[in-house]
Design a protein around this ligand. Structure first.
Ligand SMILES: Cc1cc2nc3c(=O)[nH]c(=O)nc-3n(C[C@H](O)[C@H](O)[C@H](O)COP(=O)(O)O)c2cc1C
Length: 387
């Protein structure tokens, strides 16, 4: 089943825009989407080369959460960017996007899971701000398992993790990315430092908000020093409880974090669950002087209808500079063309989203010129919006 939508006359979404040194052909950004299609050693292979090349017409691609060091691995078959083989694998991806007309308009999301990890996935005991166990189950090669308690990071762990992010960013640039997105959202390691329920530290990295924001700020600073401010963005998800995160004092966290980041000067801030009616969105837009990427987070119905276009336009009207869409790009390699022309959108096939490894439901979403859409599964099951 497909859904029609109104063809827009003109839209600011399809205007070109600048991001640091990049000229983007539109304001539409592909949001990072974990799909577990890397090899077991985190090396991106042919499946991922095809997947991203298919989506080269996006204004900007932010490639999926990628592990900056071995202990930061969340799930099986997550790509990494800490070995030479992983870097070479990503080089093949960015070269294919370039050859498909996508230029170098690609950032790589650096995602350290912190307590969202398992020794059966990483081979290591997970590291976290404090020894607070992730209360959910995790996918492992032998199925779903309960999380094991993480080890609280020492000051030396913190220092070496910051350095690992900087090294991972250097590798990403070697691999042909225009930059990296530091993942400080969705309950992963950096977010665990921000949040009260996961950061129980009493040293210089915990306690009052000024100390809880420090790890994110230092990671961003180290990455900016390693590869340049124009090559680093930051993702945040204020007030969202993904991966059992409970920030506690959300407004105080972001009132401190956003100006502190602005002083370091990354090229963009990327906000998940951006909603122009939410005072939090307006406060962040006001406090952030640079490019704001807004990810509206749509209902499943909106994803396959004109929700991305409508919500994107609203956010552009309320100060956002670029609009990130996740599931829209997942199911429509040519999403920009479809939204521009009002063409129908493909339905997501939720059974192939994550923790499966083939091309099915990954590289076989049809584009307009290839004619009729592929067979669909019944549309009752929803896609997980934020793993
Ligand atoms: C299958 C899937 C994988 C995702 N993986 C990531 C990820 O690696 N990093 C991240 O920050 N967000 C991830 N997200 C969240 C998306 O980037 C996005 O915020 C979310 O899908 C909402 O946008 P949408 O309504 O346009 O899909 C994922 C979402 C889905 C559905």
């Amino acid at each position: 089943m497909t859904h029609s939508q109104q063809a827009p006359a003109t839209s600011r979404l399809f205007e070109s825009a600048r991001l640091g040194g990049l000229e983007l052909p539109s304001r539409l950004v592909m949001a990072p989407l974990t799909r577990n299609r890397a090899a077991a050693d985190g090396v991106p292979g042919a499946l991922m080369v095809t997947h991203y090349a298919q989506r080269a017409s996006a204004g900007l691609i932010i490639a999926e959460g990628t592990t900056p060091n071995p202990v930061g691995q969340t799930y099986p078959h997550i790509p990494g960017i800490h070995s030479a083989a992983q870097t070479a694998g990503w080089r093949r991806v960015t070269d294919a996007v370039h050859a498909a007309g996508g230029g170098r308009r690609m950032f790589l999301q650096l995602q350290h899971g912190g307590r969202v990890g398992h020794p059966d996935n990483s081979g290591l005991i997970s590291l976290a701000p404090s020894a607070v166990t992730f209360p959910e189950t995790l996918h492992t090669p032998t199925g779903l398992q309960k999380a094991v308690p993480p080890r609280a990071m020492t000051a030396q762990d913190i220092e070496s993790t910051v350095a690992d992010f900087a090294d991972a960013a250097r590798n990403a640039v070697r691999a042909g990315f225009a930059g990296v997105e530091v993942h400080s959202a969705n309950g992963h390691l950096l977010h665990q430092f921000l949040a009260q329920n996961t950061n129980r530290r009493t040293d210089a990295w915990g306690g009052p908000v000024e100390r809880r924001i420090r790890f994110t700020v230092e990671v961003v600073r180290a990455v900016a020093e390693a590869v340049g401010r124009d090559r680093v963005g930051v993702r945040i998800s204020p007030g969202q409880g993904v991966n059992s995160i409970e920030e506690g004092d959300t407004d105080a966290i972001y009132a401190a974090l956003v100006p502190a980041l602005a002083e370091v000067g990354p090229v963009y801030l990327h906000m998940v669950y951006a909603d122009p009616d939410d005072p939090r969105y307006r406060a962040i837009r006001k406090a952030w002087p640079g490019t704001l990427i807004a990810n509206p987070v749509l209902t499943r119905e909106e994803v396959t209808a004109d929700g991305g276009l409508r919500q994107g336009e609203r956010l552009l009207g309320h100060g956002a500079d670029l609009i990130a869409l996740g599931r829209g790009f997942l199911a429509n390699p040519d999403l920009t063309e479809r939204l521009r022309t009002g063409a129908p959108l493909n339905e997501i096939r939720p059974e192939f989203l994550m923790h499966v490894h083939g091309a099915e439901g990954y590289n076989d979403y049809p584009v307009l010129s290839r004619g009729p859409v592929a067979p669909r599964t019944p549309s009752g099951r929803g896609a997980r919006a934020n793993p």
